[in-house]
Ligand binder design. Structure first.
Ligand SMILES: [Zn+2]
Length: 167
């Protein structure tokens, strides 16, 4: 498949509520493969990506926290179609970044643990229980499907938003 250019904030395509995948077909699997290729080509610590970030307005995300040197673990590579959080517990703060917002990071309050229901690329129902960093990444990527960016969840831009150092 193909590496796609990552769409950057404030592109309006990042603010769209994506429609659900009605039937998982070759087009769905192509989106997932393009997401994987784009994630592989991104910065080395990239742990998640969502379809609208490569211009596909559909509900597909990839999460792989095993790529994080700082917070490894979790379930390895997850390719989720129509994911939704069906249960959550607790609160935590994590410093988040985003491929689509390369110049900033922010401390964001998220749920500490989540249960996510989704379909696999084979159309099988699946459920993931995640906590800590993996739970953060799942919430971040699912937010993308609803047109929500971490910038929308910064509670105090003076204390919680950080400009990245020039690389
Ligand atoms: Zn993001």
């Amino acid at each position: 498949m193909a590496i796609r250019p990552v769409i950057l904030y404030p592109d309006p395509r990042l603010k769209v509520v994506c429609p659900a995948v009605e039937a998982i077909d070759d087009a769905t699997r192509a989106v997932a493969q393009n997401l994987l290729d784009t994630m592989d080509a991104g910065p080395p610590r990239t742990v998640g990506i969502a379809a609208p970030q490569i211009g596909a307005s559909t509900r597909v995300v990839l999460v792989d926290t095993s790529r994080s040197p700082k917070h490894p673990g979790g379930h390895g590579l997850l390719a989720l179609v129509n994911p939704r959080v069906i249960a959550s517990e607790g609160d935590q703060f994590f410093r988040e970044g985003c491929l689509s917002i390369p110049d900033y990071t922010a401390n964001i309050r998220r749920r500490r643990s989540v249960t996510v229901e989704a379909l696999t690329l084979d159309g099988e129902a699946m459920r993931v229980d995640a906590e800590g960093f993996e739970a953060v990444v799942l919430q971040h990527e699912i937010d993308h499907l609803d047109g929500i960016l971490f910038l929308d969840r910064v509670s105090n831009v003076k204390t919680d938003l950080f400009q990245r150092k020039v690389r």
